[in-house]
Write a protein that binds this ligand. Structure first.
Ligand code: UDX
Length: 458
């Protein structure tokens, strides 16, 4: 191993401790970062919750250390919104994270004091940033959303003072100064949540970053977010490392850390379809829609006439608990084998499959990056938080996607699906997506190298 060969020069002995909140879209990039740091000779320990714990057998090079938290229901229930989850996780993980990090500093089970260079903690976990700083461990925040979304968070106090928050109906189309191309309707929001509570959470993150963090690590790349990155560095006076797209930086990619069992049968189903003929539909691991929206999606897909692969995740229809959402009556007869519905897909393999033509996505940042990296144009249906910001960038900054419709209604859905699959706009978006794919594959690991140098200087 490169790390062991370098044992004598001090590189191998320095250790990075990583901690992610237990979400699919946060664990994936954190574990990839862990593998990349390990491959550069650093010791790596991943602290993790017992809930959605990563499988150590899939990451042999990394040490794992549970924090032994006790989570309230609202941190894990599919009926609890993202803000409830984030607040509950921060509260429940603070003391266990501090105790686990302190134990590691004392040597954990090894009996030797560890040379911990820094902790890389989830960029939404202000509790862990503060706890690391209290223990004298330099903290870096890993943002698993876009640089643009993070800038929106940092701007919240200013937007509130200027009257853009709470969002008002009559201002929806107004551009937001200094956050172009965002309009008021594209600002981070969580429907049904109290504005004060959302602003309070955002302020806790921003305050912790300003008070306790030595640098920001972002899973993005310069070619798409250079100006947002420069502004973050200026606004925070902190280094920001654009280390993404993390999943592209491997010669041999590590095993995926999937919290659900992927249905690999859908790849064989895709094999039976011609190139660029299938629409892939997935709203990620957390987003929920109500029953009415789910039915409009179903009938919109049916009416479009295109073949589709649809991830209807258990728990993705609100009020239905953990159950796989039942399909509308008559739907399967209507589509007559034209669509395949699965509970969870091997998404990266799906997006890389030549049968895929376009991706109907909620614009979770991982899904967006994965789509860009495969040159697949998107239909956007943002559901909450950073997804609003990303959807606007996809459609208006990078020009690689189309809105599924302001109101989710079967007729507009069918029209949007047909346009992205076979229309003139769809063809132009595909060309632009192909150009972005080229830029993504040219993104080098130089930011990772700078990050490692920075960590070793701490
Ligand atoms: C969350 C937030 O929603 C997102 O906006 C934020 O940027 C990161 O955390 P999530 O909603 O799950 O993540 O979306 P996303 O970021 O797209 O991550 C989902 C991950 O699950 C992707 O890596 C995707 O490849 C994977 N996935 C999704 C599968 O492997 N199979 C599926 O069927 C669906």
């Amino acid at each position: 191993m490169a790390g062991r060969e370098q044992h004598g020069d001090g590189v191998r002995r320095r250790r990075v401790v990583l901690f992610s909140l237990p979400f699919q879209g946060h664990l994936n990039p954190m574990l990839k970062l862990a593998a990349l740091l390990r491959a550069r000779g650093l010791g790596v320990t991943v602290l993790h919750t017992g809930f959605n714990a990563p499988d150590p057998a899939r990451h042999a090079e990394v040490d794992f250390f549970p924090i032994h938290e006790t989570l309230p229901d609202e941190a894990t229930s599919p009926d609890s919104d993202i803000l409830r989850k984030l607040l509950a996780l921060n509260a429940a993980c603070e003391a266990p994270f501090r105790a686990a990090l302190a134990s590691l500093l004392r040597g954990g089970g090894s009996g030797h004091r560890q040379d911990v260079a820094c902790a890389v903690v989830d960029g939404q976990c202000y509790a862990a940033m503060g706890a690391a700083a209290q223990l004298g461990v330099p903290a870096l925040a890993l943002r698993t959303d876009s640089a643009a979304a993070f800038r929106n968070m940092l701007a919240c106090p200013r937007l509130r003072d200027a009257g853009y928050i709470p969002i008002k109906e009559e201002q929806l189309d107004e551009p937001v100064p200094d956050l172009e191309p965002l309009r008021v309707q594209d600002l981070i929001r969580v429907d049904g949540c109290d504005t004060d509570e959302l602003c309070g959470f955002v302020a806790s993150v921003a305050d912790a970053v300003r008070a306790s963090v030595s640098g920001i690590v972002i899973n993005t790349f310069e070619a798409i977010e250079a100006s947002e990155l420069a502004k973050i560095q200026r606004e925070l006076s902190l280094p920001a490392f654009a280390v993404g797209p993390l999943h592209l930086l491997f010669q041999t990619p590590p095993a995926e850390q999937s919290l659900h069992e992927p249905d690999h049968g859908c790849l064989a189903w895709l094999d039976a379809h011609p190139p660029r003929s299938v629409l892939y539909v997935s709203l990620g691991s957390l987003a929920c829609v109500d029953r009415g929206a789910f039915e409009e999606m179903a009938w919109g897909l049916a009416g479009s006439g295109v073949p589709f692969l649809w991830v209807a995740r258990p728990g993705s229809v609100s009020g239905a608990g953990d159950e796989a959402p039942p399909l509308p009556d008559g739907f399967e007869e209507e589509i007559r084998g034209r669509g395949k519905i699965v509970k969870w897909a091997p998404q990266r393999e799906v997006l890389a499959h030549e049968a895929i033509c376009a991706f109907w996505t909620h614009c979770g940042w991982n899904s967006t990056l994965e789509s860009i990296c495969e040159g697949v144009p998107m239909l956007v249906q943002p559901c909450f938080a950073d997804q609003m910001v990303t959807a606007r960038y996809v459609t208006h900054e990078w020009g690689v996607g189309l809105e599924v419709g302001e109101v989710l209604e079967r007729g507009t859905v069918s029209k949007a699906v047909t346009e992205v699959m076979a229309g003139e706009d769809g063809a132009q978006m595909r060309e632009r997506a192909h150009r972005l794919q080229m830029q993504a594959s040219a993104a080098t690991s130089s930011a990772m190298d700078s990050l490692v140098r920075f960590i070793l200087s701490l």
